[in-house]
Design a protein. Sequence first.
Length: 468
Amino acid sequence: MEDNQSSADMNFFRAPAAARAAKTLDRALFSRTLPTTAASVRENRLISKYRKLLESTNELIAVDRLGSIAADPDPGLAAQGKKCLILRPDIKPTVPETWSPVLQEASKIGDVKLVPYEVTIGYELWSYLDVIRSILPEELHGEIPVGFNTAGHVAHLNLRERYMPYRHIIAQVIVDKNPGIRTVINKTDNVGAENEFRTFAYEVLAGPDDLLVEVNEAGCVFKFDYAKVYWNSKLGTEHQRITALFKPGEVVADVMAGIGPFATPAGKKGVFVWANDKNPESFKYLTEAIARNKVAQYVKPFNEDGHEFIQRAADLVLESSRRGDCAVIQPAKVSRSAPQTTARAQPIRIPVPPTIAHFVMNLPASALEFLHNYRGLYHGHEGLFIPHTETKLPMVHAHCFAVKADDATPLDDICQRIYNEIGTRLIPGDAENDGEVTICEVRDVAPAKRMFCASFRLPPDVAFAPRP
């Protein structure tokens, strides 16, 4: 909590020591009353003028989340709607020597009158960090839990062991200080390592055990049970980055689509998406998201193993194109006031192309281990691509984890793991260049672990090899 009070009054704005190491939240400990001074303003129309003047002289009280304008302390004047300006505690109503020349002149001409005033600061004015710092032992102040994933009204913590004794009070303060949060949970196992669907066991720390949530992202609405599917609010930027690479009319195969954070926004922009997830619950909510966001013409849901889906998607897209499948865009309705001679616009047909432009593999714990499935992806269909046409082989976007380091160690490791799967050596660089892979840092997931996205164009010797 920042303020400009004199050092004598600074202790008033410090969190109460009595709360230290508490296991339950006593909000009353954070309520304080401070005697100070108010400038009772003769006319409310003068409030703005004197607020600016007293801000310039640094005489207004300055405490986060506490306004400097209040009802006049005189009940009679307050009943008339009169206001006052709250001043710093070191400005005394009976000691003009503590007043600035501005305040002295305003008092002299009768625009303001200085009177005693009491400021009450309650729990609601203290920030999350203010409260938690006052509660946790000082040796735990170095890494106070401040970041958490959210999904609708749910906050998802991943507390370290040393903070576990304080988990319930931390959760309650999070609820208090975040109006949109009603439930706080803490993960109790390792996502991805112990559950192939990336769901997790959890403990409810505050609020109801209600994990049915609604999330808005990239203009799309998703409703799902957070306990049964994977969702990470910190990946919103990555969802948008990848989706921005897709062009309307292209086909994307989303191999581990989850509930559709890549697929649904892509469908909104006119991209065909074959979206797959092995988790039956994810498939259910993906299907609902497709309907809810009205992208069924573009997005097709599948519930298959990703290993099998990669080649199957390529085959299905080619079949769909050869059948003449397309999205049909209806023209805008003609206004009733338009002349009857106005020609009626015809529906626009957008055909499904024969090949996939992008594969997305957002399963960082194991996506690279799926890459061998691209061998033979387009065996026998060389004529669909350069140099026979202008179509390039698919771009593969594989998310993965690697060690966090400032040198080339993680990049070399990712390239080696790609080589182990596809048998072709790639080097870090620009994915548009032959033999190169673009490796983007996505986010830190642990002190020594980082999430990356490796994007590369499928090499011809992999795409056209005989299928195993």
